[in-house]
Design a protein around this ligand. Structure first.
Ligand code: SF4
Length: 254
């Protein structure tokens, strides 16, 4: 029997311009969940890895006038914060991000139908794509998915089979899905080959974004010549391969 209320541990809720992937440039309400079970070398969200006692909630869309609240948060509370953000014509969709949102799948299973009813906005899931069972729990309530397929030479993580499984489930459910591949000067051909093959096996029409890594300590983006070569090679088997760096950092956005 379902409990009368559900809770989740959050990092933050805010309104921003999406800076990555196929939705780049759109305005979204971001719900950032706490915890991640991966440890990518290039991670710029290490503060999300563990659960914090508090989360911060933007009071006015885009103003960064955050107030702190205690974790965990009840679904009704989160719903009221989203309603506060949801101004007429402002947002294109709601982004579930992290951390890894799928670690909160049971909560999302309950929360997303209410969220859709209240806002009517499409739900976009950003995931590491390594938790297929949890993905299946919330697929009926999600409109689109950005799957971060981990290249071992760049991230230190190897999840090929789980990635294939997540792609298959999303495609079968007829969800809009794209794959993001973060590339650095360490990206090896074997990884790109694995990625290309696994995506094409599900469908050559799944869009792929090559995202040159934003430089952080010890991680360097690839040269433009490398990226041009990779894109040309991937396009031999996949119908859409775009190169898009993180744009929100270019405009100095949080
Ligand atoms: S999956 Fe995302 S949040 Fe988790 S370690 Fe990798 S980059 Fe960081």
């Amino acid at each position: 029997m379902l409990a009368t209320t559900a809770t989740a541990n959050l990092v933050e809720v805010f309104s921003a311009i999406q800076g990555e992937g196929l939705n780049v440039g759109t305005r979204q309400i971001f719900i950032r969940f706490g915890r991640c079970d991966l440890r990518c070398w290039f991670c710029d969200s290490e503060h999300t890895w563990e659960i914090d006692e508090q989360c911060r909630i933007e009071q006015t869309p885009g103003k960064r006038d955050f107030q702190s609240y205690q974790n965990p948060v009840e679904e009704t509370q989160l719903l009221s914060w989203i309603q506060q953000q949801h101004q007429s014509h402002l947002h294109d969709s709601i982004s579930l991000t992290g951390g890894e949102p799928l670690l909160h799948a049971p909560f999302l299973q309950r929360f997303l139908p209410q969220l859709k009813q209240v806002t009517q906005l499409p739900i976009y899931l950003e995931t590491g794509g390594h938790r297929p069972q949890q993905l299946s729990l919330i697929l009926p309530y999600v409109n689109s998915i950005g799957m971060d397929m981990k290249l071992p030479s760049v991230s230190g993580e190897q999840r090929w089979q789980a990635h294939s499984d997540c792609l298959q489930r999303s495609w079968q459910a007829q969800k809009e899905i794209f794959v993001k591949l973060i590339v650095s000067d360490q990206t090896c051909w074997e990884d790109l080959e694995q990625a290309r093959e696994r995506i094409a096996q599900v469908s050559p029409n799944i869009p792929v974004i090559l995202q040159p890594v934003t430089p952080v300590t010890g991680v360097t983006p690839p040269h433009a010549e490398q990226v041009l070569q990779w894109q040309a090679w991937m396009k031999q088997s996949l119908s859409m391969v775009r190169v898009i760096p993180q744009t929100h950092k270019l405009i100095g956005q949080l």
